[in-house]
Design a protein around this ligand. Structure first.
Ligand SMILES: C[S@@+](CC[C@H](N)C(=O)[O-])C[C@H]1O[C@@H](n2cnc3c(N)ncnc32)[C@H](O)[C@@H]1O
Length: 230
């Protein structure tokens, strides 16, 4: 049966109650993958921006390493954020229920930023622009960690062809279901790992590198240059 596209926040609101178990069982690397991003935050990290924070599965390592850290989390799903608040009532969390495309990240506010399993729904142009805004939001020398569903080299014979076919399928479904380009819908369009690295470099990040991978779950780390006027 043809997939009926659901608006992004409605999709996650409807699945929030079972999300932690169903999601971690369904991804390569499982729960282990959530423990990795926090290990790559810089020493003395005081302010973290977490986009698509959801129920905060990635925060266990973060709070173990930095119990006093202030985490600014942005997510469009009210139900996912409600579960996160229940999980960590005593932590320093500043949560915003909205699209991260509409949130003003500010300038040089954060020591680090992370996105975990949230950006595989968006195009190159949209992600590159978001990466530019993340770069601006980081202090010089700040670190961005992305853990996501990607198409790594060697997993399939032609990673670019897989990426292209997923974007084409998403466009077809949207067209046939009469859906607007202004809304965000849940459909997986992972990019090749090579393209991910290119986008981060195009946005101005340096030392972009893979630090962990299990199947199609990849962790990339990127840095904001120290001597920058941005
Ligand atoms: C697969 S969950 C990941 C949650 C958490 N980071 C984790 O790894 O368990 C994706 C999350 O991204 C959020 N999301 C997707 N697109 C978003 C957007 N444009 N703005 C804000 N949140 C978004 C969804 O609501 C959902 O909570």
């Amino acid at each position: 049966m043809e997939q009926k596209l659901e608006e992004m926040s409605a999709f996650f609101n409807a699945r929030s109650a079972t999300y932690d178990v169903v999601h971690t069982n369904g991804i390569d690397g499982g729960l282990e993958s959530k423990k990795i991003p926090g290990e790559f935050l810089p020493e003395h990290c005081e302010n973290l921006l977490d986009l698509g924070i959801g129920t905060g599965l990635e925060l266990e390592t973060v709070f173990r390493r930095f119990p006093e850290i202030c985490v600014t989390g942005v997510d469009c799903s009210s139900e996912m954020l409600a579960l996160l608040r229940k999980k960590y009532p005593d932590r320093n969390l500043e949560l915003h229920q909205m699209s991260y495309f509409d949130y003003d990240f500010g300038t040089r506010r954060f020591d680090a930023a992370m996105t975990v399993m949230t950006l595989h729904h968006y195009t190159h142009a949209v992600k590159t622009e978001l990466y530019r805004r993340i770069l601006t939001a980081l202090r010089p020398g700040g670190v961005y960690v992305e853990c996501d569903f990607m198409i790594p080299p060697g997993e399939v014979p032609d990673p670019q062809a897989v990426e292209d076919s997923l974007f084409a399928e998403y466009a077809r479904l949207k067209r046939e279901q009469g859906l607007s380009d202004r809304e965000e819908y849940h459909f997986d369009t992972p990019c090749t790992e090579e393209n991910q690295i290119k986008m981060l470099r195009a946005a101005g990040f340096i030392n972009v590198r893979e630090v962990w991978r299990k199947g199609s779950t990849v962790v990339l780390v990127a840095e904001k240059p120290k001597g920058t006027s941005q």
